[in-house]
Design a protein around this ligand. Structure first.
Ligand SMILES: *[C@@H]1O[C@H](CO)[C@@H](O)[C@H](O)[C@H]1NC(C)=O
Ligand SMILES: *[C@@H]1O[C@H](CO)[C@@H](O)[C@H](O)[C@H]1NC(C)=O
Length: 189
């Protein structure tokens, strides 16, 4: 009995030693990380609520047009804008900054105003400071609530997946400026 237990322990050590040996060797095209096998982490889902301020008009715009056809059709098909928009805790522009939306949006539909969103939300507040999530989605801006997939993340949001719900709470038709409430549901480790 004791000897068989010892044997098992010995075998286990031997296997650990072997796997370390293989992982440490050079010139391996791919490998399974021992850490990934040994540590079983549990996923959790976080809900984040914040406000996005897209400022196109005025002296200090945070979103600028970078590309598009010279004569765009009715809905501005092809028009592409780069943004570095503030994300705040409350709906007011001067509310506490929690991050920035850095990326671009482009008018990707000819029959409606629908954007392609390619954007990283870089958080700067609390425990999420330095962490980010990446969004790649479709944003038909005049719909009440738009859902966009979260396709990844970094830092505390490593291996993130989830969805973001966008709801415009204020829009200035003259300048194009808008404030959008975001509810983000993100699953991560
Ligand atoms: C685009 O607009 C410019 C100036 O407004 C005009 O000269 C040109 O002919 C237009 N091109 C097309 C393809 O309509
Ligand atoms: C976020 O992190 C940066 C860099 O580590 C630091 O300079 C900054 O003060 C932090 N911001 C907050 C609000 O904690």
């Amino acid at each position: 009995m004791i000897s068989s237990v010892c044997f098992c322990v010995f075998t286990a050590y031997f296997l650990v030693f072997l796997s370390c040996f293989f992982i440490a060797s050079n010139g391996v095209f791919y490998e399974e990380l021992a850490e990934g096998i040994a540590i079983k982490r549990t996923e959790k889902t976080s809900h984040l609520n914040f406000y996005f301020h897209d400022i196109i008009g005025g002296k200090n715009p945070t979103a600028v047009k970078i590309a598009g056809p010279p004569n765009s059709t009715g809905y501005g098909f092809g028009s592409t804008t780069m943004m570095d928009d503030a994300l705040t805790e409350g709906p007011e522009r001067n509310s506490k900054l929690v991050g920035r939306a850095q990326g671009l949006y482009a008018i990707a539909a000819q029959q409606e105003v629908s954007l392609l969103m390619v954007v990283n939300f870089a958080f700067m507040e609390g425990k999420y400071n330095g962490s980010s999530i990446s969004i790649l989605g479709r944003n038909p801006v005049f719909n009440d609530v738009r859902e966009m997939p979260i396709v990844g993340g970094s830092g505390l949001f490593r291996l993130a997946h989830g969805y973001a719900l966008a709801h415009t709470i204020w829009f200035d038709a003259k300048t194009g400026d808008a404030t959008v409430e975001y509810n983000v549901y993100v699953t991560h480790y």
